[in-house]
Design a protein. Structure first.
Length: 174
């Protein structure tokens, strides 16, 4: 019985070492020092740039300065005081700052608190209807309070009624 246990432990250890060697071929260790500049990876869709779909939004924001190394995998960044995000991040969410990249956003465009500045419609610019067999779906070109008129979006009447019931008035043609 002990012999079988030793064989199983040996085989398990051998499998772990093989898997680790395979994974380490594609992994680069990241370490940062204090005062290094890094980019912060933001969740997909949380950094909606004006007029863009979530899948086209920016993936990184920054650069930010590393204040302190908490552990081998956790770093504290220097974020603005008005940012309501915890300043400690896992190393997998950080990338070294090398140069200005067009896919990165400066400051807190990506991390701004959306709850403090809700996006509210303020004007209907145009109306269209989609015909589907025996029904029609009305859509409205809506201008938003926090965006210029050029960034107006087409929204369905059902979505506007659901999320913005106070916006429905006679002068808005809803």
């Amino acid at each position: 019985m002990q012999a079988n246990l030793k064989i199983a432990q040996f085989n398990l250890q051998h499998a772990v070492e093989r898997m680790k060697a395979f994974v380490d071929q594609h992994r680069t260790p990241r370490t940062f020092q204090e005062d290094d500049r890094v980019f912060l990876q933001v969740p997909l869709g949380s950094s909606l740039t004006l007029g863009q779909k979530p899948k086209l939004s920016h993936r990184f924001c920054g650069p930010w300065t590393v204040i302190k190394k908490i552990s081998d995998v956790a770093y504290k960044l220097q974020l603005p005081d008005n940012c309501k995000v915890h300043p400690v991040f896992h190393v997998s969410k950080l990338r070294p700052y090398i140069s200005r990249d067009e896919n990165c956003v400066d400051d807190l465009v990506a991390l701004e608190n959306r709850a403090s500045q809700p996006d509210v419609p303020f004007q209907v610019l145009h109306k269209r209807e989609w015909k589907l067999r025996n029904r029609s779906i009305p859509e409205y070109l809506v201008a938003w309070t926090s965006h210029p008129l050029t960034d107006a979006t087409w929204e369905s009447e059902a979505l506007i009624r659901k999320h913005f019931p106070s916006f429905i008035t006679e002068d808005n043609d809803l």
